[in-house]
Design a protein around this ligand. Structure first.
Ligand SMILES: [Zn+2]
Length: 148
């Protein structure tokens, strides 16, 4: 497997623009290494995406510190999702890199609550609820994080 070569043109990365606040997103958590926000493709209600701020497509492309921070943020968010939505199940998955049809090269983890018979398949067409609904989900998770 060749080493990761970043193909992203400078200034064109969606996630970098999101981290910089140039693109609006329903953020739920941020620290020095990671950003957690509601994915507009709500596989299931309460679906959060935890992204490492620096570039690197796969887990072997990022530093141990960023890998640890990503998992710590994913756990923090998962606990908040459990408090906010009380889902009967929750799945953490990662599908990065070219093989995952990614066009954004930031290692990221999907935190996907499962409700009832919901699956976790990241299939098309994606569920894209209105932004106000996504912001409502984000507010519930932020409240849970603030109470933690
Ligand atoms: Zn970027």
């Amino acid at each position: 497997m060749p080493k990761f070569v970043d193909p992203t043109p400078p200034g064109q990365c969606l996630f970098c623009r999101l981290v910089a606040g140039e693109i609006p997103a329903a953020r739920v958590y941020e620290d020095a290494r990671t950003l957690a926000f509601m994915d507009i493709g709500q596989v299931n209600p309460g679906h959060v995406l935890v992204a490492v701020k620096r570039h690197g497509a796969m887990i072997y492309d990022i530093t141990p510190e960023d890998a640890g921070a990503a998992m710590q943020t994913a756990q923090r968010v998962a606990l908040a999702v459990r408090e906010a939505f009380d889902p009967p199940g929750l799945t953490i998955l990662q599908c990065n890199g070219v093989e995952g049809d990614q066009t954004v090269f930031h290692f990221h983890i999907h935190v996907v609550p499962r409700h009832g018979d919901d699956g976790v398949g990241l299939s098309w067409p994606r569920k894209e609820p209105p932004m106000a609904q996504i912001e409502g989900y984000a507010e519930r998770i932020r409240a849970a994080l603030a109470g933690a």
